[in-house]
Design a protein around this ligand. Sequence first.
Ligand SMILES: NC(=O)c1ccc[n+]([C@@H]2O[C@H](COP(=O)([O-])OP(=O)(O)OC[C@H]3O[C@@H](n4cnc5c(N)ncnc54)[C@H](O)[C@@H]3O)[C@@H](O)[C@H]2O)c1
Ligand SMILES: O=CCCC(=O)O
Length: 496
Amino acid sequence: MTTVKFPRPILKNSKLLRSSAYVNGKWLNSSSNTFKLNDPASGEVIEELPEQSISELDDAIDVAYETFKTYKYTTPRQRATWLRNMFNAMNNNADDLANIISWENGKAYSEALGEIKYAASYFEWFAEEAPRMYGTTIQPSNPSNKAFTMRQPIGVCGLICPWNFPSAMITRKVAPALAAGCTVVVKPDSQTPLSALALAQLIEESGFPPGVFNVVLSSKNTPEFGARLCESRKVKKVSFTGSTRVGKLLMKQSSSTLKKLSLELGGNAPFIVFEDADLELAVEQAVASKFRGLGQTCVCANRLYVHSSIIDKFAEMLASKVENFVIGPGLDKSSTHGCLINADAVTKVETYTKDAIAKGAKVVVKGGPITKLGPTFYAPCILSHVPQNARVSKEEIFGPLCPIFSFDTLDEVVGYANDTVFGLASYVFSKNINNLMAVSEALENGMVSCNTGLFSDAAIPFGGVDESGFGREGSLHGIEEYTFIKTVILGNLPTK
Ligand SMILES: NC(=O)c1ccc[n+]([C@@H]2O[C@H](COP(=O)([O-])OP(=O)(O)OC[C@H]3O[C@@H](n4cnc5c(N)ncnc54)[C@H](O)[C@@H]3O)[C@@H](O)[C@H]2O)c1
Ligand SMILES: O=CCCC(=O)O
């Protein structure tokens, strides 16, 4: 099989490359079973890591449970200092951390570096939010009573994270949890565990007490790990980012403990371009949104709806941009785009492409597998005049296929956009503020991005509705997910 071999990255800080679980401030390597981690670009084995058992997961939960008893009493100002240290540590080690992401995930180094800046920004943001967990004061109906509320940390949090942002999807959960005073057990995806372990090293250097941040490792035992995190009485919250299928399973498993949940699940983002849009801007932003991570983000444009009067021009302009992509190993700094995560992802994109073409879509850019680079490399495919009955109108592609549909009226396109079980992100391009407002209100999504294809930021509430899940990450609301409101009533006070 052909693959392009690229040298293993040499890290400046070799302590960041770890292959053990991390619990109670210790690196654990006692498991007799292991799993292999492969470089998605070359298929070569990067590392062999411990396949931990359920009893090892229980140990990690116990550690987080015991540590919570003291960590919750640390002051918000102290936690803010540790969080700020972590933000600085990530930035100081950004090159190494980005190399680790490119190596295990396959995304281009420039994107990986962007991810590290984004991931670190959650620590900065929540360092600032930690001291601002305000409560309220309330006058109950009985005049001799007074009441107030306080926000308290919920306890041990089980954080189950995906491979597509091996660092940012972890920090977006960890930073608010630690800011609130919770302790965490992180379960990274077995395809990208190294970024989580590098974060553990930096957490330690940032001054957090041992036992606050723990990383458990497993590949084939993952479903059992998920069930245990949901069913354990010591775990008070599970936050999950991943597919809707697994999110539904975790919700079912959580019913026995009525666990507090945040579910950041799949998307099917519509990208709507009205006839009055700035066409150059819309094309540029469509490229940025659709092909970020080679199409492997939950907020990637999944379906482009372009007004019938401009669809052919739009498709032609998009095609000319895509021709400039340099697809190659993520670690090769000249690559603009890397590879897909595994061979299944390639098959999925091909299946959707064939389905749309069989139903009448027009091929604008053929794209397809780049076998001379390896089995996970895929050139972008652009299809236009895709019929509404193509599977891509309803299902998440998660790859570099860009289907363009035609529409004529605002009501028609809103109908298409909402005709899905998902409700994560959406995009609207128009110079008419009335269009932007009308469509923003009508779209059934957690996030509507107007005239920009890239909106992710620690400052904004990120999350979905419907089968894209619930809960918000980032922003002032992100910390709420890791707290509960306690109401204190002072009764029988003297009244005038
Ligand atoms: N909404 C968001 O913020 C967001 C962000 C990133 C990815 N996603 C979604 O994630 C999906 C892509 O990731 P994926 O295909 O790896 O998702 P996935 O659901 O297969 O895996 C996500 C995580 O869950 C773990 N997992 C798998 N089966 C499990 C089980 N039975 N119990 C517990 N954990 C289990 C995996 O090991 C991984 O760590 C897409 O649908 C994408 O839209 C959503
Ligand atoms: O893949 C989903 C997360 C993407 C983002 O945070 O921008």
